[in-house]
Design a protein around this ligand. Structure first.
Ligand code: GLU
Length: 292
């Protein structure tokens, strides 16, 4: 009985994936230019979104290489590209994505309240967050690092912070803001809502260091005109997941299927090459998804 049910579910997923892969308004691998009908299990989030023809996706707006909103409103970054792959598999054209800015602290709340359908936003999978939401993925593994002004050689790692009186900036509700408490006194830690404010504070010498994931820092360095550098000594592992509603297991598993498919058919590598690949040309191999 159990075996048969699994086979049927497998067949439905296979059908959905095959249908999504052919035809439609876009190129073979690219984003859809117009919506298209995809057959999903009735009542699923995938079916609802496909019928609605639009999707609300939470991401970052100020993180070069991963999630950045340009002055003309164009979205770019690795997270943005991964999100577009998911949208296209839902049969939704990139132009019908509503991008919602989700700073670190509000991501769980945005998912819980239904302000977004899913979140792709340098979002570390961890158990505390899993109490409120669920994660597909991981699709990438980052590591916490430290960024300083290029002419500053006094900070060589997180160990040089304690007792130094130096100020370190991070973002409220982020994993790096928690972790850095092990290495710095409370009075040394400055928290903003977004990382671009930390970068401004570093430039203006209001703080001496910024700590978060290496890939976020890499983007800030790339945009700093030589003013900043990263220590390149990551001291944590940050597996990035895609946040969905806690009880929506079907949607989570379907996104896992999409990630695996994109990793195999080259869309994952393409997404990297046209975004973060500009700063790091080594295309990562996608970590194994965790179907917990
Ligand atoms: N990956 C870490 C987190 O999810 C830091 C990056 C961020 O704040 O988005 O908290």
């Amino acid at each position: 009985m159990r075996g048969r049910k699994l086979v049927l579910v497998g067949a439905a997923v296979a059908l959905a994936i095959t249908t999504a892969a052919c035809g439609g308004g876009g190129g073979k691998k690219g984003d859809l230019t117009s919506n298209k009908k995809v057959n999903f299990p009735a009542g699923s989030t995938m079916a609802k979104l496909n019928e609605a023809g639009k999707v609300k996706i939470g991401t970052k707006f100020d993180q070069p290489l991963f999630g950045l909103k340009g002055l003309d409103g164009t979205m770019e970054g690795f997270d943005v590209e991964i999100a577009k792959v998911i949208a296209s598999e839902l049969g939704i054209a990139a132009s019908n994505i509503q991008w919602v800015e989700t700073p670190s602290k509000i991501r769980e709340e945005a998912i819980e309240k239904g302000d977004v359908d899913f979140v792709v936003a340098t979002y570390t999978i961890n158990d505390k967050r899993k109490e409120r939401i669920a994660f597909a993925g991981p699709y990438y593994t980052a590591g916490q690092d430290i960024m300083v002004r290029s002419d500053d050689n006094s900070i060589t790692g997180p160990e040089s912070l304690k007792g130094s009186g130096k100020k370190v900036c991070s973002v409220s509700g982020s994993t790096p803001a928690e972790k850095i408490k092990e290495y710095a006194d409370e009075s040394q830690i400055v928290l903003f809502d977004v990382y671009s404010k930390c970068a401004d504070a570093l430039k203006d010498k209001q703080v001496d260091a910024v700590t978060t994931d290496n890939v976020i820092l890499m983007g800030l360095v790339a945009n700093s005109n030589g003013a900043f550098k990263v220590l390149s000594k990551p001291f944590t592992e940050e597996p990035y997941g895609i946040g969905v509603a806690k009880d929506d297991t079907d949607f989570r598993m379907w996104i896992n299927d999409v990630l695996e498919k994109a990793s195999k058919d080259g869309r994952y590598a393409d997404a990297w090459k046209k975004t973060a690949g500009k700063a790091d040309s080594n295309v990562p191999s996608m970590p194994a998804v965790n179907r917990y």
